[in-house]
Design a binder for this molecule. Structure first.
Ligand code: MCN
Length: 809
């Protein structure tokens, strides 16, 4: 199926804005900026740092029972027999069920909300397997016991007879004729093929190009490592048929809807709470088997049920990220003007489709020409089932992959035509905004050259090149490399009609409610669900700024479907650009009503009242929003027909994505004797539009950089040919610590987004998106003179050393 988006005229519904909106560092779009833009310390940190956070695993209720999941040791096997009787004989076991025992509890299977084409293969994915297991870690039975330890012990007593079958773990091998099938009934391992409508006469541009580069890259499979493992706790009220589920989820609203359908609990009877959630990075943007099992068990047993994963269980049963093979071709003129980009992806889905598994590569589909002005564009992705843990969104989701491919390929082109990678980028930058790019979407605003210049000045590019040449000259075993990544990404997911056009099952709007309480404080109810991003602080800043409260007077409530019934949650760096903007509009609604009340109480015409933030001034008198909130509450003297109270809600559907961009520069030292890569310096100049809280933004960039550099240098999930996860713990899956990183050097340019009145763009994923390319370009740059043109991620010492051995002969 072919998808074209040009007809959507993204950006057409831009709200009316004050005049000066384009260019770098223009004036902020909101008139008052007393609180927006200041580095307020995070309100949530006291609770987190003093051990007063509410983690799911700390929840207690009398009579709680615990789940232990029996997981397959095989990547592919027929289930011959599951005997739970030995587990049931355990003194502390309350119940034990096989997949067949629970089959009647499900309406369909675990949900996938994004089937990119009409003919996408979406095989049934039951919370417990019944016929076959399809990856090591696939659940086959569940044991319920009165303690977690007993549940884990008794799970080992369940006797499962397997008939092992051959497995396939490599996505290209899985497409070959005769490969073991993950889902027999499909007759193929292909999940879908999704071509983006090709634009601009790609074939002709390639045929007429002076230079063509063709590159092939592998996106290593990654394992998310949120600091808090996954956990779920369900408390039923059996007589009422009601359930409250506390879950370590990023998506309480989405989870409520989908679990209600899957388990058959009416949506209005299911409350999902995401209390304090210790990170997710996409891995908790899902509806998991264990949530469904806990809910079904609570219904069957009429008791509270809890499950908490161990870290090694999480490595098998929580989603993985990336695992794609990329082919990218650039057509260019002799001087390096890129005319067309052609991309083919093979993306591993893993054994089943989780919530957005097939959609992840599509999130990068529009971005493989990066921030460059190209005429022709063609993209195609094939999703493939393999006998591995399902993949899904992991910080950046599709966009790190796109950035990696185009940025590495631009460096390859620079080498081929003998041009400095900086100059090649300058030659190709998009310079006019809004820019409708060849892939069909419209970039709101940007100034790529400003970020590039700032980054180069900071890193002292000329000096680094001089030092690099000097080291080569004296044949220093420690080569120096410098790598750039000039990126643009699309986040702030997303305009609902675009999501509809690309067959995502839900909308992309979000909600905010502001409730001005009579005694001078405010409650904000948001549909976003932060799990480390500091919304309690930055949302309070927006309200404080717009309505004249102190930050500490604003309480932000979130992550509970009973408190905040409407929301689309937190992922895709969407929360500020959607939920934060909803908050801005809700504040405007408050101000509109407050102004009417102020005029009424002053006995003047509304036109005679001026607003400055939360202060309303008439000819003789001023009233603050706090005073007006009290008057609205007593309702003793309101304009005729006006509703008492000062409360407003806004549901905001963004007219466009938001498009952060910038330049990252990595400087590495590569030891040609040991293969060790040391990241010496890392400069990141990001443009995320108007900044609400620079402290939080810096923290977001730090975290993203750590994950992106980890992908480039350390982390990789490795399976053997039988589908055993060889990197099944932190001793073999190398999660770096702060000790492996240099002090990040951050800078910013600021090009406000013209599509929202705050001018904001997302920041949550920029670091992870830009950095793998910068680091790997630096590694290859260090070794280019030795004849090396590519090293696969992660650039481990062994990999680098082997590559050098090969060229040394
Ligand atoms: N912000 C700001 N000014 C801007 C942009 C953002 O002050 N111009 C602030 C926001 O107000 C918000 C924070 O930065 O407090 C992040 O905002 P945004 O970019 O909208 O991203 P989200 O809040 O939607 O967070 C999602 C994003 C994603 S997709 C992943 S993955 C990720 C990330 O955030 N996972 C994280 N950051 C994480 N941080 C932590 N600690 N833990 C995770 O799991």
């Amino acid at each position: 199926m072919s998808v074209g988006l040009t007809e959507l005229a993204v950006g057409a519904e831009t709200p009316a804005l004050p005049a000066a909106r384009a260019g770098t560092s223009v004036a902020p779009q909101v008139e008052t900026r007393r609180v927006i833009g200041t580095p307020v310390e995070r309100k949530e940190d006291g609770t987190l740092l003093q051990g007063q956070a509410q983690w799911v695993d700390n929840m207690r209720a009398p009579g709680t029972v615990f789940l232990g999941i029996v997981r397959s040791p095989y990547a592919h096997a027929r289930i011959v027999k599951v005997d739970v009787a030995p587990a049931l004989a355990h003194a502390d076991v309350v119940a034990a069920w096989s997949g067949d025992d629970l089959a009647e509890d499900w309406n369909g299977g675990l949900p996938c909300a994004w089937l990119p084409t009409e003919d996408t293969n979406a095989p049934l994915h039951l919370p417990l397997a019944t016929d076959k297991v399809r990856y090591a870690g696939d659940g086959v039975a569940v044991v319920v016991a009165t303690s977690r330890a007993a549940a884990e012990d008794a799970a080992e007593l369940v006797e499962v007879e397997y008939e092992p079958l051959p497995a396939v773990v490599d996505p290209e091998a899985a497409l070959e004729e005769g490969a073991p099938l993950v889902h027999d009934e499909l007759g193929t391992n292909r999940c879908y093929t999704w071509p983006l409508e090709s634009a601009g006469g790609v074939d002709e541009l390639f045929a007429g190009a002076d230079v063509v580069v063709k590159e092939r890259y592998r996106q290593n499979r990654l394992i998310p490592n949120a600091i808090e493992p996954r956990a779920v706790f369900v408390q039923p009220v059996p007589a009422a048929g009601e359930y409250t589920m506390w879950s370590t989820t990023q998506v309480p609203h989405i989870a409520r809807l989908l679990l209600s359908v899957l388990v058959g609990v009416p949506e209005a009877k299911l409350r999902v709470v995401a209390p304090d959630v210790g990170g997710g990075f996409g891995s908790k943007l899902n509806v998991y088997a264990e949530e469904a099992l806990a809910l079904a068990a609570a219904r069957r047993l009429a008791r509270p049920v809890k499950w908490t994963e161990t870290r090694s269980e999480g490595y098998l049963a929580t989603i993985h990220g990336r695992d794609q093979i990329q082919e990218i071709e650039l057509a260019a003129t002799a001087e390096g003007k890129i005319t067309a980009v052609r991309v083919r992806l093979v993306a591993a889905m893993g054994a089943y489709l989780q919530l957005v598994t097939p959609g992840v590569p599509l999130l990068g589909a529009w971005l493989y020409a990066g921030c460059y002005d190209v005429q022709g564009y063609s993209f195609e992705c094939t999703g493939v089932f393999t006998h591995t843990t399902p993949t899904d969104a992991y910080r950046g989701a599709g966009r790190p992959e796109a950035t990696y491919a185009i940025e590495r390929a631009v460096d390859a082109l620079a080498r081929k035509i003998g041009k400095d990678p900086v100059e090649l980028r300058r030659l190709n930058f998009i310079r006019e905004f809004p820019a409708t790019i060849a892939s069909g979407l419209t970039i709101d605003s940007g100034d790529y050259e400003a970020a590039l210049d700032a980054a180069l000045a900071r890193v002292e590019y000329g000096q680094v090149r001089t030092e690099q040449a000097a080291r080569r000259e004296r044949d220093d075993a420690k080569r120096l490399g410098v790598g750039l990544s000039t990126y643009v990404e699309m986040c702030g997911l997303a305009p609902s009609r675009v999501l509809g056009a690309i067959r995502y099952a839900a909308g992309g709007w979000d909600t905010a409610t502001i409730r001005c309480l009579p005694t001078g404080t405010v409650q904000v109810v948001t549909g976003t669900s932060p799990h480390g991003q500091g919304h309690e602080t930055s949302w309070a800043q927006i309200v404080a700024d717009r309505l004249g409260y102190e930050v500490d007077e604003v309480e932000v409530l979130h992550g509970d479907t009973s408190v905040s019934p409407l929301g689309m949650d937190t992922y895709g760096s969407r929360s500020l650009a959607v939920g934060g903007v909803a908050l801005y509009f809700a504040a405007e609604r408050i101000a509109e009503k407050a102004k009417k009340i102020a005029a009424h109480r002053m006995g003047v015409d509304e036109a005679q009242v001026d607003r400055d933030g939360g202060t309303f001034t008439g000819p003789e008198q001023s009233l603050t929003v706090k005073e007006i909130a009290f008057a609205a509450w007593t309702a003793h003297d309101l304009p005729d027909g006006m509703e008492p109270g000062l409360e407003a809600m806004y549901v905001y559907d963004p007219p466009n994505f938001s498009w952060p961009g910038g330049t990252h520069v990595a400087v590495v030292e590569v030891d040609t004797e040991t293969g060790n890569v040391e990241l010496l310096r890392y400069v990141a100049v990001d443009d995320v539009g108007t900044v609400i809280n620079p402290l939080i933004v810096d923290g977001q960039v730090h975290g993203g950089l750590a994950q992106g550099v980890a992908q480039a240098l350390y982390e990789e999930a490795v399976y053997d040919d039988d589908g055993n996860l060889l990197t099944a713990s932190m001793t073999t899956y190398l999660v770096p610590s702060a000790a492996e990183f240099p002090a990040w050097e951050l800078g910013r340019t600021e090009t406000p987004s013209p599509t929202n009145p705050l001018g904001v763009k997302g920041v949550g994923e920029t670091g992870a998106i830009a950095s793998p390319a910068a680091v790997m370009n630096a590694v290859v740059d260090a070794l280019a003179a030795d004849g090396i043109t590519d090293i696969a991620m992660p650039a481990s010492p062994e990999r680098v050393w082997r590559a050098l051995e090969e060229v040394r002969g």
